[in-house]
Design a protein around this ligand. Structure first.
Ligand code: 1PX
Length: 214
């Protein structure tokens, strides 16, 4: 699978996660959502079998984009501001989805859990042997993160889709950042930023007891 000339590079997509964290250690939602948009674009390029995943991700990105571009956009500039605003305004369903089924807090929580999958998957890709199976790396990362939050039917559909992933080398090539060595190096540079965004979000959600939002 050759990397298409002029196709976008995963380097730029992952750079968005670096741009997320401010000096005050706040997470900017603009670059965060840009990062997710880029990842979805990448996922779409992997084939139609992944479209049930990208549809759900896009739906969640769109919910957040509408808050970020809406009347209360100032309250949605950072994750910290969003949590403050939604919690103080009673805009989050804490027990069961009812009056506020699509709060920013619950929507970001879904993306946040998926970011853990991404972190594990990229770490796996980076450190695996050349002949490793991408689908096994993806399955392991999924089982160690998102799977716990998904019903049986989603887990099964995901397992089937993962079988369609190309080999590790082909996958590194579609990332379009140069040869396998360069791709591995780029992942090494990008991962600390993804871990950082994940860690800040996790701590914020823990502090406010938001990690189990329905
Ligand atoms: C170099 C690597 C780049 C790969 C880019 C891949 C981008 C993947 C984007 C995945 C975003 C997944 C968001 C899932 C959010 C979620 O958990 N939603 C569920 C719960 O939502 P609800 O509103 O009902 O509470 C929802 O049930 C999900 C349904 C769709 C299936 C989600 C399967 C997720 C598998 C993630 C692994 C992606 C594999 C990509 C292979 C490269």
């Amino acid at each position: 699978m050759a990397a298409a000339q002029g196709a976008f590079s995963l380097r730029e997509v992952l750079a968005a996660f670096q741009a997320c964290v401010t000096e005050q250690r706040e997470v900017l939602l603009g670059p965060y959502l840009c990062g997710w948009r880029g990842l979805v674009r990448f996922l779409n390029g992997l084939g139609a079998i992944f479209s049930f995943i990208s549809k759900d991700a896009v739906a969640k990105i769109q919910i957040m984009e509408s808050y970020c571009g809406g009347e209360r956009r100032e309250e949605y500039r950072t994750l910290q501001a969003m949590v403050r605003y939604e919690l103080s305004g009673g805009l989050v369903d804490l027990q069961r989805r009812s009056a506020h089924p699509d709060s920013g807090c619950r929507t970001v929580l879904r993306l946040h859990r998926a970011l853990k999958w991404l972190q594990l998957f990229l770490e796996g890709l980076r450190t695996a042997r050349q002949d490793a199976s991408t689908s096994a790396i993806c399955t392991d990362s999924y089982n160690a993160s998102l799977a716990a939050y998904h019903p049986w039917v989603v887990r099964k559909a995901a397992a089937v889709a993962f079988c369609a992933l190309p080999s590790r080398d082909a996958f590194l090539e579609v990332m379009n950042v140069g040869g396998p060595e360069e791709a591995v190096e780029m992942l090494g540079d990008a991962l600390p930023h993804i871990r950082d965004v994940y860690g800040i979000t996790q701590e914020l959600y823990e502090q406010h007891r938001l990690l189990d939002l329905p």
